[in-house]
Design a binder for this molecule. Sequence first.
Ligand code: 2HA
Ligand code: ZN
Length: 272
Amino acid sequence: MKNILDAPFVKEMCDTTANMYRLGWDERNGGNISYMLDKNEVAEYLDLNNVIRTIPTGFDAADLIGKIFIVTGTGKYFKNVKYDPENNLGIIRIAKDGTTAELLWGYADGGKFTSELPAHLMSHMARLSVDPENRVVMHSHPTNTLAMNYVHELDEKKFTHTLWEMCTECIVVFPDGIGVLPWMLCGTNEIGEATAKKMAEFRLVIWGMHGIYGAGKTIDETFGLIETVEKAAQIYMLTAHLPRVNTIKDEDMKTLAEAFGVEYRKDFLNLD
Ligand code: 2HA
Ligand code: ZN
């Protein structure tokens, strides 16, 4: 059996949480990541018959029975993950009842998965139904994205359009746009269900005045989505109070999307 601390997926979680912390997106216990793992790859590091303990999830994840995830721990700080992965991360498998998590590794101090597990697993189910290759769900509090929530209308079309205008590459990176939820109580099944509903349509969802969710095939892709939104939000926050002299026009965005061959939300542009 290989050492789990050498597993690429553990290293990726350590590097990514450190990176997100360093960018100022995940203060204190802010943010959480869940990453679906390949069973055969995990079996190189862990005995899959050895369940350390079981933890109820409080909701039904029937579509994910038998699936294995590495998930950040509740109350844990992204800042600390790389120094102590075994306390700050856990590897869980969804049990046959669909409502229990079987702990295979981690949460060594008696902890458990993020309080946002409902939003994560429900989002995994929603994304997998439209993209069977989806593996990652990531939640974060990126500074400029969050700032923009206070000064920009929380409307999907308008929010997406503004972000697309801020960087030439935005419409190419997230042509599907960005879903927006109003402020809601976090950590609940209700916000999980609302997030998953949006995730059937978007890979990015704003939680009004809280943060952002992203989903993708890899950690890199998912991080890149959030990173691109945050960059665009930063340009917006640096310019929103200044007179706009130049802008990327809707025709330009259409030209870009067509040049890169991406399916974009045509209804989010103002073209006839
Ligand atoms: O887990 O970010 O949304 C900390 C959070 C809750
Ligand atoms: Zn949060």
